[in-house]
Write a protein that binds this ligand. Sequence first.
Ligand code: HEM
Length: 168
Amino acid sequence: MEYLDVLSRWTHVGTAIVIVGGGFFIRFVLLPAVANKGDAAADIKAEIHQRWKKFVHAGIGLFLLSGFYNYFRLMSGHKGDTLWHILIGTKILVAFVIFYLLSVLVGRSAKFDAMRQRQDVWLGRVLLLAAVVVGISGYAKVNLPARPKPPAAAAMETPEATLGEAAK
Ligand code: HEM
């Protein structure tokens, strides 16, 4: 289980680095660099849009998979810990707003053309929300650690205990 816990954390934090970092690069480096550059810039933006879209979709999937895994693994160590549940619940809701905005920005629906035309503004908002999500997650991780498992429950999870059970 511990390997899976580490893999899930690695996936979660790695996805945050790629998606938040990629959004930051587009908002603060790419968009200002190609502003007012005419048709050539429009072609480059369209190409980037197509490539970035795949990372956004994969990133949302990985966030959900690793996030819910972390959540269910940590839940038992946070029984009765109201503040942790409020913070993580809020964080998950804010993350869903981020997923919605990112999907709209890489999508094709004509309904959201106006938002895509102001990508700089909307990506800026996504980054602000992402800063809130990372802040809440960091606070929960550092200041609200999960209670350790009772020794009997922890012993059940060691490989020796598992082998012992199998031999019975
Ligand atoms: C914008 C999307 C998200 C970002 C940027 C993000 C970022 C992070 C970061 C930086 C951590 C701290 C990891 C560590 O220090 O080990 C974390 C932890 C966590 N995340 Fe996310 N996350 C996102 C979405 C989600 C979603 C959708 C879920 C659940 C469905 C989720 C559930 C969790 C849980 C349960 C933790 C552990 C908190 C703790 O240690 O008390 N996250 N996240």
